[in-house]
Design a protein around this ligand. Structure first.
Ligand SMILES: *[C@@H]1O[C@H](CO)[C@@H](O)[C@H](O)[C@H]1NC(C)=O
Ligand SMILES: *[C@@H]1O[C@H](CO)[C@@H](O)[C@H](O)[C@H]1NC(C)=O
Length: 217
């Protein structure tokens, strides 16, 4: 290969390896069961002695139970991540069950650390995500039982039950701790409030409209 081509290839390889490192770090041992009581802070959770690990460290029960969807948005997320299963520590994966009341929504939100792949188990969902500011393009689709849809890492996405019965979905996420930022809660329900004049300018509305929305969070 000509050296000029090699020079082009090296930065390309570096970019590719950075993309791979954007997910949770790879484990350096068979497992690292989270030792929740440790006062030592690391990126992830400290491992407990592997000799003390048991099958229950890798186990969760209860995802057959529907979440309570009677709140204002009409959905409930039951998360199964490293908090519920300490054995997920360092493994870069987690799950969530999402229940939706008829016409309920899982409001626009983003997972800062994970791509999500969602499977509809029951009902019909309208789902969507929006790309970043390059074009803020909206991708939407109606999903039926058995359909699968992907929400790329970091992008704002939502689901709505567009049926008259309950809907259920199972989401897999590419992090032990995906994190969730619900846009309305973060912007209008921060603690303390973001000054209303800032949000009024950002959303191009009167301050009274902002304080009215803030009062709901
Ligand atoms: C963590 O601490 C709590 C309360 O002190 C205790 O009940 C629990 O057994 C501890 N967990 C471990 C894994 O040591
Ligand atoms: C469901 O949540 C509502 C509040 O949103 C509460 O009033 C109700 O008791 C809960 N129902 C059950 C069965 O937990």
């Amino acid at each position: 290969m000509a050296s000029a081509q090699l020079l082009l290839l090296v930065p390309l390889l570096l970019v590719t390896s950075c993309v791979v490192m954007a997910s949770d770090p790879s484990p350096l041992q068979d497992f690292c069961v989270a030792y929740a009581n440790s006062t030592v802070k690391v990126n992830g959770v400290v491992c407990k002695d592997p000799k003390l690990a048991t099958a229950d460290d890798f186990f969760f029960s209860g995802l057959n139970k529907a979440g309570n969807t009677s709140g204002p948005v009409g959905s409930r997320v039951t998360a199964v991540n490293v908090v519920q299963i300490p054995g997920l520590n360092t493994l870069g994966i987690s799950l969530a069950r999402v229940d939706y009341a008829p016409w309920g929504i899982n409001p626009p939100h983003t997972h800062p650390r994970a791509t999500e792949i969602l499977t509809v188990l029951e009902g019909t969902l309208l789902v969507g995500f929006v790309t970043s500011n390059t074009d803020n393009r909206l991708f939407t689709k109606v999903l039926y039982k058995g359909d699968v849809f992907v929400f790329p890492v970091g992008l704002i996405h939502f689901q709505q039950n567009i049926g008259y019965g309950p809907a259920v979905a199972l989401a897999a996420l590419s992090s032990q701790n995906p994190g969730v930022i619900t846009i309305a809660n973060a912007v209008f329900g921060s603690n303390p409030d973001i000054p209303a004049n800032i949000l009024a300018k950002a959303f191009q509305v009167e301050e009274a409209t902002i304080t009215k929305i803030q009062s709901k969070f």
